[in-house]
Design a protein around this ligand. Structure first.
Ligand code: FPP
Length: 248
């Protein structure tokens, strides 16, 4: 049953359903989608990009405040050279359009992950997207690129050590809240819901610290086939969960 049909934000806030403030999505299954059709893997990534645009806009429409999508992990560099190259091309052509794409929805675009290994062109586009969208007031879209949660945590530890060494604060001041401020997601609420399409039951180095109390919903659809009604289904499952955060 689709509780979140078509319509804009005002319709959705009238709903009594508990909406997650922050959703994470592991966009998985592009390769299998292509294989099933006898197509090259890059065709799956291309189809996955269309789904990403559709679902991002839908999340914004229904009033989600933060959306984090896993686009490229620190481990994805291990893929065959031509697949990595086609993904980089796809990111580049997408980022050339992203500002216009999300302008009407006033979406704020951020990248989480280490930008260093990307080409100059791609890094420039990432910075341009971040700079030009930062004064918008809509949903925050975190695109995780060259992101890995373990390396995010190690980076946070190193930066905290440097700040202790520089006398900014002492080790006694380090607590969970301070630690969170050293992550790429600093200042943002933890994800309430993480959705993984394609049926895999893995977290794959995604938002490990931030997902301590996140609700997981695994869906069987491959990402390119994922539709608004699948998001509605995940939201309905989420709304029925009893979140206790370790309490009773
Ligand atoms: C995982 O599926 C998907 C990726 C590694 C790439 C995700 C990228 C996109 C959806 C492109 C859109 C993103 C942006 C920001 C433009 P897989 O290849 O591991 O699939 P498989 O498990 O079926 O092989």
């Amino acid at each position: 049953m689709a509780l979140f049909g078509i319509g804009k934000k005002k319709d959705k806030t009238e709903s009594n359903i508990i909406l997650p403030k922050h959703i994470g999505i592991i966009m998985d299954g592009n390769g299998r989608w292509a294989k099933k059709r006898g197509l090259p893997r890059k065709a799956g990534h291309s189809a996955g990009t269309k789904t990403f645009r559709k679902i991002t806009r839908y999340c914004s429409d229904i009033g989600i405040k933060y959306l984090t999508v896993y686009a490229f992990s620190t481990e994805n560099w291990k893929r065959p050279h031509d697949e990595v190259e086609s993904l980089m091309k796809l990111f580049k052509s997408y980022l050339e359009e992203a500002l216009e794409d999300f302008k009407d929805d006033s979406i704020v675009v951020k990248f989480i992950g280490d930008k260093t290994p990307f080409s100059d062109d791609l890094r420039k586009l990432m910075t341009e997207n971040e700079e030009s969208s930062k004064y918008r007031d809509g949903m925050v879209l975190n695109i995780a690129m060259n992101y890995g949660s373990r390396s995010e945590i190690v980076r946070a530890v190193k930066n905290i050590c440097n700040d202790v060494k520089d006398g900014k604060f002492g080790t006694e001041d380090i607590d969970e809240s301070l630690f969170s401020d050293y992550l790429y997601t600093a200042g943002q609420p933890d994800p309430d819901l993480i959705i993984r399409p394609s049926g895999e039951h893995r977290i794959s180095n995604f938002l490990l610290w931030q997902s301590a109390y996140t609700e997981f919903v695994i869906m069987n659809k491959l990402w390119p086939d994922f539709d608004k009604s699948d998001l509605d289904e995940a939201l309905n499952i989420y709304a029925q969960r009893n979140r206790r955060f370790g309490g009773v």
